[in-house]
Design a protein around this ligand. Sequence first.
Ligand SMILES: Cc1cc2nc3c(=O)[nH]c(=O)nc-3n(C[C@H](O)[C@H](O)[C@H](O)COP(=O)(O)O)c2cc1C
Length: 268
Amino acid sequence: MGNLLEIIKGRKSVRTFDGRQISEEHREKLLEYIKGITNPFGIPVEFLLRDAKECGLSSPVLSGEQLYVLGKVEKKPYADVAFGYAFEKLVLYAWSLGIGTVLIGGTMKREVFEEAAGVREGEMMPCVSPLGYPAAKKSLKETMMRKGISADSRKPFKELFFENEWNRPINPDRDMAEIFEMVQWAPSAVNKQPWRIIVIDGVYHFFEKKDKGYVNENTGDLQKIDVGIALCHFVLGLEEKGKTPEVILNNPGIAVPDDVEYVASVRI
Ligand SMILES: Cc1cc2nc3c(=O)[nH]c(=O)nc-3n(C[C@H](O)[C@H](O)[C@H](O)COP(=O)(O)O)c2cc1C
């Protein structure tokens, strides 16, 4: 894919496309890549490519997009985390090909997309994304939107990465600081960055700092999708450095605020 930190820091959500169709070569590469996408939770996430015009798909925040990818998953515990993890792999791969994406979980007519994805009982389609080539200039709407949610900045390390207990900042070594940067720059719904990581005895425990209004029946918990994305950056970063991280469920049972929930851990 190329240098991961560069891809992660270079990636931005794209909402203004140049109107070109994805090339045949790129479509084949995407389809091939999709076949190999796995996640640590063993929950299959299905990706479907759908033509915007044919299926009547659009979003009020987008322009110029011709193609969408719709993601479906069976409703069950960890479906949202697995979904975020798997979708992010696709997002990063697309970016490495010069293809722009943006996860859309809210700003769309959900029924139209669900019909195009053929969502069945017991399944959900939490988010979709356009796939296309970024336009040379962003629409005014996109520029305003990015400003409104400070999309070009992220929380500092001291608010995200802790050692042994809640809210005790950690001083990472150089290698780990690079991995933390990859996690820091993960995209999230409304750029809330709800992931918090507490390191205890060399195990990295991922928590979700919950805000109100991100959970519903059609999407699961959008902020768990965010944590899945952050986890994906963490694992891919470690793998790039030649490590073999293992995602485990191992709640350390430490005291955390009421709005904080344990999600998963990584042993290196
Ligand atoms: C789970 C999820 C849902 C999102 N839903 C929307 C959405 O409905 N509409 C939208 O315009 N952007 C949506 N986004 C994109 C975020 O606003 C964006 O990732 C964030 O502001 C950071 O900007 P960046 O991706 O350019 O780094 C979503 C992102 C995630 C991860």
